[in-house]
Design a protein around this ligand. Structure first.
Ligand SMILES: [Zn+2]
Length: 143
């Protein structure tokens, strides 16, 4: 499916558009990562170009665990954007000390529970207007 740029719901991930493109490179490799300040050691979610603690801008990339737990969730049955099928389960997943807003794939909405273990499953979405692949963080229930 192709979109007019004005209705494209996904971020532009290429280095031309974001200094945080490394996040998406790692995500395509099955790694959930974020930035850590080399000055004060704080890590933040989402990845940042500067440190909210000490305002430094020297950052390094760190991998977060591939597994987390459901902190909160909601189910969307109607009003889904074009190209999406429902129901969609949106969740806040606790992973590596951070809370990540994400979607749960292959999850029966009636069986999702707080504290449930979930595993990172990067989701390939539509390529950008130049044909570069794009990925979003997503999780599936752990076996
Ligand atoms: Zn810092």
């Amino acid at each position: 499916m192709s979109y007019f740029r004005a209705t494209d719901p996904f971020p532009l991930e290429a280095p031309d558009f974001t200094k945080l493109s490394e996040f998406y490179v790692r995500l395509a490799q099955g790694r959930l990562s974020t930035t850590q300040c080399t000055g004060c050691g704080q890590s933040a979610w989402p990845p940042r170009g500067f440190c909210p603690e000490c305002t430094g801008d020297a950052m390094t990339w760190i991998d977060l665990p591939a597994e987390g737990t459901v902190h909160a969730f909601t189910v969307q049955d109607t009003g889904l954007p074009a190209g999406f099928t429902g129901p969609r389960v949106f969740a806040i997943v606790k992973v590596g000390g951070h809370r990540v807003f994400t979607i749960l794939l292959d999850a029966d909405p009636a069986r999702v529970t707080i504290g449930q273990r979930v595993r990172l499953t990067p989701l390939a979405v539509d390529p950008d207007p130049r044909g570069n692949p794009r990925w979003l963080p997503a999780f599936t229930p752990s076996a």
